[in-house]
Structures are given as structure tokens and as C-alpha cells.
Design a protein around this ligand. Structure first.
Ligand SMILES: CC(C)(COP(=O)(O)OP(=O)(O)OC[C@H]1O[C@@H](n2cnc3c(N)ncnc32)[C@H](O)[C@@H]1OP(=O)(O)O)[C@@H](O)C(=O)NCCC(=O)NCCS
Length: 245
């Protein structure tokens, strides 16, 4: 049975604690290896996914989300009872829990799935839940041509000054992607409609080796974000963003 990966210390976990967000990481497993935990509707959704990698990521992210709910609210409840905690996807792709009162954000990359779960006022409909978004990216080179497309002139100016440019670029990207997830829009938004700048530069040495604090706007809505360098034994950049109004 898959067990959650160790939670690393750092900016993102600190931010999650401050915001009362439960984060759970799991290694991506083929869905066939996971015990039954999906609702009939989730099983039907999984059955529509044809690509094995996608099936594994999709199922593992839901496993992570349900683990987060279990660890937070009912540590003694067997996970086999978790089909009732159904996750749905809105037409935008945003995941939501079927029952009100819980928010969720998911990310998967490089053999790891990450879920964030938090409590929300029960009276709000899912599309207006106060937004939290997470993103996770393996450390891989980004083609320079993409930079002009996805980063604003101010962001590129900041990047140009960074000694650890590749890592800085990935952090900035993760922060922007976490913000569009917090907004529930994904990249249906133009890249340049989301801007971020560091409050505490991850690469200045002032914070931990790669822990950063950010602020920005997504479609004019302000957000705060945190980025972090590595996740357990793997090399990842990850970020958590939340809307401040
Ligand atoms: C959301 C998005 C930024 C995710 O980026 P990615 O690097 O491909 O994948 P990640 O692993 O980081 O995240 C994937 C998760 O993001 C979440 N997600 C997808 N769309 C989302 C949205 N609009 N808001 C919040 N979260 C979203 C999903 O939970 C998804 O996992 P799942 O498919 O297993 O449920 C990207 O998929 C995207 O923007 N897609 C386009 C969406 C779009 O344009 N929709 C318009 C439809 S009208």
C-alpha cells in the first residue's frame, strides 16, 4: 500500500501550516497497485483515461488528496471508506470535493503526486472557494524561447540578475502556475496576465537555500506564494499560492 512520502521542511510547508493547509506527497503508482478508494464516478473517470502514465498520476493525486483528508480529519478511519470523499473536476479542470467545506489542489510530476487540502466556509459554492493552488516541477531545462512568452519584462529583468538562473526561472514558473490554479483558471489565462515578484529572494541567501516568498497578481487579483527547492530525495521545485482577496 502506498505511503505518503516524507514532508520536507521549508517555505512551502511553513506556509501550508500558517494557512492551515494539509499537504500530502505520494509516489505515483499504477492505479492497479492502489487499494480501492475511488467512488463509482471516479472509477468511470479513470476508465476513460487511456495513457498509463496519466492514469497513474490521476489516481495517485486522488489517493494523496484522500490521504490528506484522512490524516487531517479522521486518522482512524480506514482508507477503504474513502470512496465517499469524491473528487470531481469542473469544466475548467479545477478539482473540487463533492462535499462542501473542503478545498483541494493537485499537482503531479516526475513520479510524485502532491495534494493540498484545506477547510472552507461550507456555505460557498465550489467555484467561489477561497483559492489555494500548488505546483510541482521537476528540475529540467526550459527553452529560452519560452521565456519571452511566459514572463513579463519585469520578471525577465529579475531573472537576468539571478546567479542560479535555471532554478529561479522554475520557481517563478511554479509560483505563476500555482496562482492560476488558486484562481481556478489554469492556463486558460494569458501567461502575462499573471505576474509575480519575490518578497524574499530565494537565491539571495537570506532565506533557506531555496526558500522564497512571493507576491503577485493574477488577472488583477493579489496573491501570496512560497516556493521551495527540493522535495524529499528528489529534485523538484514546488510552490503554494493563495489569493489574498
Ligand atoms: C492547470 C494546469 C496549469 C496544470 O498544469 P500541468 O503542469 O499540466 O499539471 P500539474 O500536474 O501541475 O497539475 C495538474 C492538475 O491541475 C489541476 N487543474 C487543472 N485545471 C485546473 C484549474 N482550472 N484550476 C485549478 N486546478 C486545475 C488538476 O487537478 C490537474 O490534475 P488532474 O488532471 O489529475 O485533476 C494546466 O493543465 C492547464 O492550464 N491546462 C489548461 C486548462 C485550460 O485551458 N482549460 C480551459 C478549458 S475551457
Amino acid at each position: 500500500m502506498p505511503t505518503p512520502l516524507p514532508i520536507p521542511p521549508g517555505a512551502v510547508t511553513l506556509a501550508a501550516r500558517q494557512r492551515n493547509v494539509t499537504l500530502t506527497w505520494v509516489a505515483v503508482e499504477p492505479p492497479e497497485n492502489l487499494p480501492p478508494f475511488l467512488s463509482p464516478e471516479e472509477q468511470a473517470q479513470l476508465a476513460r483515461l487511456r495513457i498509463p502514465k496519466r492514469r497513474g498520476e490521476w489516481a495517485s493525486a486522488r489517493w494523496a488528496a484522500k490521504q490528506a483528508v484522512a490524516s487531517r480529519f479522521s486518522p482512524t478511519k480506514p482508507l477503504s471508506l474513502f470512496p465517499q470523499d469524491e473528487l470531481r473536476s469542473l469544466p475548467s479542470g479545477q478539482p473540487v470535493f463533492a462535499q462542501p467545506g473542503l478545498g483541494v489542489s493537485l499537482a503531479h510530476a516526475g513520479g510524485t503526486a502532491l495534494a493540498a487540502v484545506w477547510q472552507t466556509p461550507e456555505t460557498l459554492p465550489p467555484t467561489t472557494l477561497p483559492g489555494v493552488g500548488i505546483d510541482l516541477e521537476p528540475v529540467t531545462p526550459v527553452h529560452p524561447a519560452l521565456e519571452a512568452m511566459v514572463f513579463t519584462p519585469l520578471e525577465r529583468e529579475w531573472l537576468a540578475d539571478q546567479p542560479e538562473r535555471a532554478s529561479a526561472l522554475l520557481d517563478l514558473w511554479c509560483v505563476k502556475e500555482a496562482a492560476v490554479k488558486a484562481l481556478g483558471q489554469g492556463w486558460s489565462l494569458p501567461y502575462l496576465a499573471v505576474t509575480a515578484r519575490p518578497l524574499k529572494n530565494p537565491f539571495s541567501g537570506a532565506a533557506g537555500p531555496h526558500d522564497g516568498e512571493w507576491q503577485g497578481e493574477a488577472l488583477g487579483k493579489p496573491f501570496r506564494a512560497w516556493s521551495q527547492g527540493t522535495l524529499a530525495h528528489r529534485s523538484f521545485r514546488l510552490a503554494l499560492a493563495y489569493l489574498t482577496m
